[in-house]
Design a protein around this ligand. Structure first.
Ligand code: FE
Length: 198
């Protein structure tokens, strides 16, 4: 199986936030509209944000555009809230207790209504209770991110550094050689899914 096949499903790139933390997610879908506007978001169980999402009853999605600041993806996607305060250097606004990203095209605030568990992920369902559109620019799709990761993340190989970029999530490893048994710390794929930039 080609592990990149899911990149052919059109979905976007978002910062999911809840009280105390957040992370980058791409598996987001609108479930229903009208009087019962539901959103589904899937979060890896190993993520600290998953733990927070179980505790809190409110969350927000900040919709990322193609001009998203690289630091936002690096901070929220390649780090754990167990180790750093992700909000420290990123411009955010508090909306009813949940922080949303200022450099986003829109934010959607939800009240959590359900959580469905599977082996690796939890699917959280939320009812939209608030939201604001900041820009009419086109949202960045996950497929676009896959194709333009170097540009979006501003991958630098200056100063003679060799960069290895994960083809699945965009995580960057700097070093002359990538260990053969290397496992992506973000998405868990092996060294064969990394591409060299030098
Ligand atoms: Fe990865």
């Amino acid at each position: 199986m080609d592990t990149l096949v899911a990149s052919k499903i059109t979905h976007g790139m978002y910062v999911l936030t809840t009280i105390g933390g957040g992370c980058i997610v791409d598996a987001v879908a609108q479930v229903s509209g009208g009087d019962n506007p539901l959103i589904a978001v899937s979060v890896m169980k190993k993520n600290y944000t998953n733990e927070l999402m179980h505790k809190e009853n409110k969350f927000a999605l900040s919709v990322l555009g193609k001009d998203v600041k690289a630091d936002i993806i690096k901070t929220f996607g390649f780090n754990s809230g167990r180790d750093i305060n992700k909000f420290k250097d990123i411009a955010v606004t508090d909306v009813g207790g949940v922080k949303v990203i200022d450099n986003a095209l829109a934010h959607i605030v939800c009240e959590k209504v359900d959580a469905i568990e599977n082996a690796t992920h939890t699917l959280f369902l939320g009812k939209i209770i608030d939201g604001e559109i900041n820009s009419d620019d086109e949202p960045m799709s996950y497929g676009y991110y896959q194709k333009h990761k170097d540009e979006v993340l501003k991958v630098t190989t200056s100063n003679g550094k060799t960069a290895w970029i994960c083809k699945v999530c965009g995580y960057i490893y700097y070093g002359d050689e990538l260990p053969k048994d290397y496992i992506c710390p973000v998405c868990g794929v092996g060294a064969d899914k990394f591409e060299k930039r030098s």
